[in-house]
Design a protein around this ligand. Structure first.
Ligand SMILES: [Zn+2]
Length: 323
């Protein structure tokens, strides 16, 4: 008898693990109830890869009375199906809205899975984000993510966000209130930050990362990103105190534990760039010295790949300021 119950227990465990969203040695991923009616699946804190199947962001669910709202659904159609299966374990209420924080495909491509299941879903993005993704940015990100993860099949034709935001809105969806912010230029020039008023959660998109460094592209401003995080911390520009700060990549947390590391990183980069400019040397020439000041970040994913680029980017911003 004992043997039989052991076998049953093993079968149950096995079938449960078959059902889990597992990424090899990266482990299993599921939505966790992080704050009131907010659920987040924190993705692997690393670049998109074959191993992570192109999943490395932080998709979130806000559970309303009758429906769900999703923020940043994920990086491609195929992995989106797995994220969606996990989402249904939280709740089978219909998804009525998706809010996309910015133009980068690793955050919004998986919305297509939701659109297939719920054709009436509204997908929100900043007006400039929607313009940019329709005018080449989606194709660019398709190519980047396909090269890195080889998992983009089915993602194109894209489900483009279809509901415009300008960053001044207060949306009420199924009794849940969302305050939308738009910093002109920070991680990109298409960002929105989303305050979920009911739970006091702030979703910062890629204006905040932890344990991983991502790129700053031509549309971004490191100065702008620093200023944004400082204003959030000072409760200026309409930002208030929140219970939880959610980065685009990396663990969520209280204000200082979530924001301080990335803010300090960017400040050290900018200081290094300013000093190099004053000393009449190029940004890259200051790299060894700046790297010394960033020892705490050497273990962050993509540090070696990104730090020099960030320094050059900051240097060009310093030059432009002086011009
Ligand atoms: Zn991004």
């Amino acid at each position: 008898m004992k043997k039989i119950s052991l076998i049953i227990a093993m079968i149950v465990t096995f079938s449960l693990s078959l059902n889990a969203f597992s990424l090899g040695k990266l482990g299993e991923f599921k939505f966790e109830n992080v704050n009131k009616n907010v659920w987040i699946m924190h993705g692997p804190v690393m670049n998109p890869s074959v191993e992570n199947e192109g999943f490395m962001n932080n998709p979130a669910i806000i559970e309303g009375k009758n429906s769900l709202i999703v923020i940043d659904p994920g990086g491609n159609y195929n992995v989106g199906k797995k994220i969606f299966a996990e989402l249904e374990k939280v709740s089978k209420k219909p998804i009525v809205a998706i809010i996309n924080t910015h133009k980068h495909g690793d955050h919004w491509f998986a919305g297509k899975v939701i659109k297939e299941k719920y054709p009436n879903v509204k997908s929100y993005g900043h007006t400039h984000m929607i313009e940019m993704v329709k005018n080449g940015e989606a194709d660019l990100w398709y190519d980047i993510l396909e090269r890195l993860s080889k998992n983009l099949k089915g993602t194109n034709p894209f489900f483009f966000p279809d509901s415009n935001l300008d960053g001044t809105e207060v949306l009420t969806i199924d009794g849940e209130t969302f305050k939308i912010f738009h910093p002109k230029r920070a991680h990109t020039d298409t960002d929105i930050l989303v305050e979920h008023v009911n739970s006091k959660t702030l979703f910062l998109g890629d204006n905040l990362m932890k344990n991983r460094l991502g790129g700053f592209d031509d549309s971004s401003s490191i100065y702008g990103n620093i200023e944004l995080l400082e204003r959030i911390m000072a409760h200026e520009d309409g930002y208030t105190e929140y219970n939880l700060y959610v980065p685009g990549h990396g663990p969520s947390g209280k204000m200082h534990e979530a924001i301080d590391p990335f803010l300090t990183y960017m400040k050290i980069i900018v200081k290094g760039a300013e000093k190099a400019y004053e000393d009449g040397i190029q940004g890259y020439e200051a790299k060894p010295e700046v790297s010394q000041n960033l020892k705490a970040y050497h273990s962050w994913d993509a540090f070696d790949d990104q730090m020099g680029k960030h320094l050059s980017k900051a240097y060009s911003e310093v030059e432009a300021k002086d011009f």
